[in-house]
Design a protein around this ligand. Structure first.
Ligand code: CP
Length: 307
C-alpha cells in the first residue's frame, strides 16, 4: 500500500493502523532529507497550501509551514486575528474565498470541535486538522508516537501515561487513538475533575496518583493545564496543582527505572513540569518538535497523492 485510505486527515479515530505505518515510513524518508545539507525536495511543487489558523499556535503553524516549504509547495498563511473574520465573515465564506485563488489543500486550526469535518463536507480541497478545540490534534499524536518509536524502537507493547488536563485536551484524545492502534497500553492521570467521566470506555486505565502513574509507565506524556478552556475552577490553585500533579526530578529519582518524558508544548514550567525534568536527559520534547516537520511532510505528501 502506498496511499492513505483517506483524502483528509481529520482525526486519528478515522484512519487505520496501516495508514499510520505508511505515514511513519514516509516520515523516515523525509527525516533523512531534513538531515541533508539541502533540505528540500520538489514533491509538491505544483501544489498550493493555505494554513488557516483561527487559534494561536507556535509549533504547529511553523512546523506545517516549514514542511510545506521543504516539499516546494506554494504557501499562504491566514490568521483570523487580523482578517475579515473580525468583520463577521463566516468560516465557509472565508475558506471558499481562499480556495477561489486556486488553493489545493487547507491546514486548519479552529477552536470549535468538528470545524474541519464541517469544512471537508463543503469544499473540494484536502483538509488537514491542525487542532479542533478539545477534540483532536492528529499530527501531534502522529509525531508523538513517531518519537516514541524512534526512542524505544517500537510503540507496540509500551506503557504510556498521559498526565494532566485530559478533559480539555485534543492531544490526549488523538494520542489515545494513535497509541492504541499501534498496540501500546494507555493510562490517563490527573485530578478527578480533569478526567472525563466515561474515559474508561476508550479502553484506558485511570490513575489519580501521579507517582503511581510514573511507576507504571515507560513513557510519560505530560500535558498543559488549559486555563483558556476552563470556564470554572477545576482545582484550587496552580500552586496546589503543581504540588500534587507537577512532575519533578525527585519523582523520577524515586523510580527503579528510566522513563521517557514528553510534552506537546507549550510548557507551563513549574506547573505541570519542572525545568529539572523538561531539560533533562529523560526528555525528548525537542525531538518531538523536530519530528513534527517530517511527520507533516509525510501527511501532506501522501494526501496530495490521494487527490
Ligand atoms: N503542540 C502544539 O499544538 O503547539 P502549538 O499550540 O504551539 O501549535
Amino acid at each position: 500500500m502506498s496511499q492513505l485510505s483517506t483524502k483528509h486527515l481529520l482525526g486519528i479515530k478515522d484512519i487505520s493502523s496501516e495508514d499510520i505505518q505508511l505515514i511513519f515510513e514516509t516520515a523516515d524518508n523525509f527525516k533523512e532529507v531534513l538531515n541533508r545539507p539541502i533540505k528540500k525536495v520538489p514533491s509538491l511543487r505544483d501544489i498550493t497550501i493555505a494554513n488557516i489558523f483561527f487559534e494561536n499556535s507556535t509549533r504547529t503553524k511553523l512546523s506545517f509551514e516549514l514542511a510545506e516549504k521543504r516539499l516546494s509547495a506554494d504557501v499562504v498563511n491566514f490568521s483570523s486575528s487580523n482578517s475579515s473574520v473580525k468583520k463577521g465573515e463566516t468560516l465557509i465564506d472565508t475558506v471558499n474565498n481562499i480556495l477561489s485563488m486556486k488553493v489545493d489543500m487547507v491546514v486548519m486550526r479552529h477552536s470549535s470541535p468538528g470545524a474541519p469535518h464541517f469544512l471537508s463536507r463543503n469544499i473540494k480541497a484536502n483538509i488537514v486538522n491542525a487542532g479542533d478545540g478539545t477534540h483532536e490534534h492528529p499530527t501531534q499524536a502522529l509525531l508523538d508516537a513517531f518519537s516514541i518509536r524512534e526512542k524505544l524502537g517500537d510503540v507496540a507493547g509500551k506503557k504510556v501515561a498521559i498526565i494532566g488536563d485530559i478533559l480539555h485536551s485534543r492531544v490526549a484524545l488523538s494520542n489515545i487513538f494513535c497509541l492504541q492502534k499501534l498496540g501500546a497500553e494507555v493510562m490517563v492521570c490527573g485530578p478527578i475533575t480533569l478526567i472525563p467521566k466515561h474515559i474508561t470506555s476508550l479502553g484506558v486505565k485511570v490513575e489519580y496518583d501521579v507517582q503511581k502513574a510514573l511507576a507504571w509507565c515507560d513513557v510519560a506524556n505530560v500535558l498543559r493545564i488549559q486555563l483558556e478552556r476552563q470556564q470554572i475552577k477545576y482545582f484550587p490553585s496552580l500552586r496546589e496543582y503543581s504540588l500534587y500533579y507537577g512532575v519533578n526530578k525527585k519523582m523520577l529519582d524515586r523510580l527503579d527505572k528510566e522513563i521517557v518524558i514528553m510534552h506537546p508544548g507549550p510548557i507551563n514550567r513549574g506547573v505541570e513540569l519542572n525545568s529539572d525534568v523538561a531539560d533533562s536527559e529523560h526528555s525528548i520534547i525537542l525531538n518531538q518538535v523536530e519530528n513534527g516537520v517530517a511527520i507533516r511532510m509525510a501527511v501532506l505528501y501522501l494526501l496530495a497523492g490521494a487527490k
